[in-house]
Design a protein around this ligand. Structure first.
Ligand code: FEO
Length: 185
């Protein structure tokens, strides 16, 4: 008979494949969920900074990015659940709330993405060492995504450097960034 307690704490499935996600890998995936949540938090904070600076296009770009990061969270979350493992959420660090200029903000975003890329690469290394092909395969989506994320942040950094102190150039870039649409999941 199924007891109410079982509904809240269903027994873990013990299929052979589950064993291939090691405890260490599970811990690392849960940490990556936290890192992606922090990314979302950071970009939402940047969005608020740009709103305050009356740069609605920059703010909108960052808002779309914050939502995309939540998509990354859910991709990892769903994978952990699919493997019959337990997602453990932890406290999200407080992000900065001010930057000295739009350029400083985007330089921060680029630096952050490089850190995320390094984290993803370490996860892939761990999966390869564990012979965990399924996790490695899931992570390859993130490897490709990081190439895009680094490229888009770096491109905006370069444009901001070209714009320099030119207010009109900044407003033109703001209009361009406003066009970013959320990606289909
Ligand atoms: Fe989810 Fe921007 O890395």
């Amino acid at each position: 008979m199924l007891r109410t307690a079982d509904l809240w704490n269903p027994p873990k499935k013990d299929i052979g494949e589950d064993k291939m996600v090691s405890g260490k890998m599970l811990g690392a995936l849960n940490e990556q969920i936290n890192a992606e949540l922090y990314s979302s938090y950071l970009y939402l904070s940047m969005s608020a900074y740009f709103e305050d600076a009356h740069l609605g296009g920059f703010a909108s770009w960052m808002r779309v990015q914050a939502r995309e990061e939540l998509g990354h969270v859910m991709r990892l979350y769903d994978y952990v659940v699919e493997r019959g493992k337990r997602v453990e959420l932890s406290a999200i660090e407080r992000p900065p709330s001010n930057w000295s200029s739009p350029l400083a903000g985007f330089e921060g975003a680029y630096k952050h993405e490089r850190k995320i890329t390094a984290r993803i690469n370490s996860l892939v290394d761990m999966a390869i060492k564990d012979n965990d092909h399924a996790t490695n395969n899931m992570l390859q989506w993130f490897v490709a995504e990081q190439v895009e994320e680094e490229a888009s942040a770096s491109e905006i950094v370069e444009r901001l450097k070209l714009v320099g102190d030119d207010g009109r150039g900044l407003l033109m870039l703001d209009r361009h960034l406003a066009e970013r649409e959320p990606e289909e999941e």
